[in-house]
Design a binder for this molecule. Structure first.
Ligand SMILES: O=P(O)(O)OC[C@H]1O[C@H](OP(=O)(O)OP(=O)(O)O)[C@H](O)[C@@H]1O
Ligand code: HPA
Length: 176
């Protein structure tokens, strides 16, 4: 089944904001290196665009986490399907998320990563849906855009594994 998808954020708007966040992170960690943690799969597009805009020595690592399955609502149960390859002890870790919705994923991940003693833990998300928050115990350092409570796809985000490749962020309007 296909969906009507309305464009909410264009590729240009996304990349402009990502460049701003990259510049801020570059300034904040001047003279140091950073360890980017990409939360697969959704964050892959944001991570690659952001990484290109951070002018610092960098390591990029990946975690696969899942809580949504084929639903549009979080189950609240976070599964770590793939863990990081290296130790983050003493590193400037930057956790890169595509979206914060209920907050379950971020809350769980932050608790887990802090147990591994990073030097700093910085959180960035491309999108934030504040109206949907259930768990709100994490301060986000860099947010791309706040969006209303509508299901979004594109730029890495999926609906039942579809639409990740759209170069923009769009709202699912209805089925056609
Ligand atoms: O704030 P929350 O309600 O926890 O939702 C946010 C999380 O949900 C999505 O991941 P998902 O589990 O759908 O996996 P995916 O990235 O592979 O699509 C998204 O990428 C975030 O990681
Ligand atoms: O709106 C969304 N779209 C895609 N994936 C998501 N994961 C949480 N919220 C969303």
């Amino acid at each position: 089944m296909d969906h009507n998808i309305s464009v909410h954020l264009t590729e240009e708007q996304l990349n402009k904001r990502i460049a701003e966040i990259g510049a801020e992170i570059t300034k904040r960690f001047q003279g140091e290196s950073v360890y980017l943690v990409c939360i697969l799969k959704g964050s892959i597009f944001y991570t690659t665009e952001l990484a290109k805009r951070i002018e610092l020595p960098m390591n990029i690592d990946f975690m696969t986490v899942s809580s949504y399955g084929s639903e549009t609502k979080s189950s609240g149960i976070i599964n770590i399907k793939k863990d990081l390859e290296s130790s983050i002890e003493g590193k400037n870790v930057i956790l890169v998320e595509d979206i914060i919705d209920s907050g379950y994923t971020l809350s769980h991940l932050c608790k887990l990563l802090r147990t591994r003693n990073p030097k700093t833990l910085t959180i960035t998300t491309l999108l934030d849906k504040p109206d949907r928050r259930v768990v709100d115990d994490v301060v986000v350092d860099y947010t791309g855009f706040e969006i209303p409570d509508k299901f979004v796809v594109g730029f890495g985000l999926d609906y039942d594994q579809r639409y990740r490749n759209l170069p923009y962020i769009g709202f699912i309007e209805d089925e056609v």
